[in-house]
Design a protein around this ligand. Sequence first.
Ligand code: DX5
Ligand code: ZN
Length: 221
Amino acid sequence: MQPARIAPSILAADFAHLAEDVAMVEPYVELLHLDVMDGHFVPNITFGIPVIAALRRCSSLFFDCHLMTTNPDAYFPALRTAGVDLATVHIEVYPDPTRVAAQARAEGLAFGLALNPSTPFEAVEPFVELVDLLLVMSVHPGFGGQSFIGDSLEKVEIARKFIDSHSLPTDIEIDGGVSSENARAAREAGADVFVAGSAIFGSADPVAAVQELRASVESME
Ligand code: DX5
Ligand code: ZN
């Protein structure tokens, strides 16, 4: 298992002061989680390429872009140009993501695969060796601020066993309702990357919230 990494989701940040919110947490985190939603795959619309490009000009964090859209591959070149490092698509959109994984790599993007709470690990199993990051959703995608679905930990455990038994370098990211209350259990189940929106930007002190989250995932290391 890799060292634990924290990925604040800007979905819970103040969109009128994004640069300030990102700058505040930047020295304390490893990735920035960017939730792009199109109003089709999920019933919500967030932000897109111009916002990501603007953030790239004021941040040097690794840009972890979670695409909750029906045709994410159409935007790979523009996302790369905007400064995205890793593009994650949903298995529910591409039941066989072999071609789209190759397309992302050809554009210079790392590739991630996400699965919804109702999608079993078996759906992604044949493709895990193609991906840099497996995103296990612990809420139904579409909105920040939802409660963590505890059953997702079992899926993290199954994924961790598969990845370790095949000696794969794939990271496991847990996304949705993550807080210092449940992050330790997610770490124990095998997660490497912890996305948190509300727990960080919804806090009166986002830096302290990051540190609290880190302390809870590192307490077992
Ligand atoms: C939900 C998004 C999450 C969300 C997490 O569809 O994928 O990344 O921003 O936000 P919290 O931590 O508030 O659940
Ligand atoms: Zn996300």
